[in-house]
Design a protein around this ligand. Structure first.
Ligand code: RB5
Length: 172
């Protein structure tokens, strides 16, 4: 007999899972026109799941707008401790990721698989996840964000050592 598929807990209603243990997170969202539609859907789901969402725009879909205008203020808020995590969306996720990583203290990654979405936090203390609004659909995006928001930095010595090397580079 085929084993029955196991559904993760906290997925009732297909909203992003609440973070384990600590209640809601302060989550920033930012997107250009390429990520606007996905951001809007994610914002609604995250709010429903009990997270405190700060939307840095775009607030309407405007062809030709520029992702740094939204992503950088959001990344600054994450780096400054005003937000726990950030989600940046553009068409591919590439530009958003490049922009976010220019802000010292931000550890952003373009993620398309669930393993990297949680392992990036556990090992690398990723604090901004970048998604391609023209690459991933809402269902996968929600799974990636569930994994990202539920994960916690493991804090092992080797992980800290690696992050210290990156912080040293930022400080130069
Ligand atoms: C905008 O058309 C597109 O270039 C942008 O959203 C993003 O994909 C850049 O990486």
């Amino acid at each position: 007999m085929m084993p029955r598929p196991v559904r993760a807990k906290g997925r009732k209603g297909r909203e992003p899972a609440k973070p384990k243990g600590t209640g809601s997170l302060r989550v920033g969202l930012a997107a250009d026109h390429g990520g606007f539609a996905l951001k809007e859907k994610l914002a609604a789901g995250l709010k429903k799941a009990g997270h405190r969402v700060k939307d840095f725009g775009a607030y309407q879909e405007t062809r030709g707008d520029d992702y740094p205008d939204y992503v950088v203020p959001m990344a600054v808020a994450v780096a400054g401790g005003k937000l726990d995590r950030g989600i940046a969306v553009c068409g591919s996720g590439v530009g958003a990721c490049i922009a976010a990583n220019k802000v010292p203290g931000v550890r952003a990654a373009l993620v398309v698989d669930v393993f990297s979405a949680h392992q990036g936090v556990e090992d690398d203390d990723m604090n901004v996840i970048c998604l391609g609004g023209r690459v991933v659909g809402y269902e996968l995006a929600r799974d990636l964000i569930d994994a990202f928001l539920s994960a916690r930095f493991a804090g092992g010595r080797r992980f800290r050592r690696r992050l210290e090397k990156i912080a040293e580079l930022e400080a130069q």
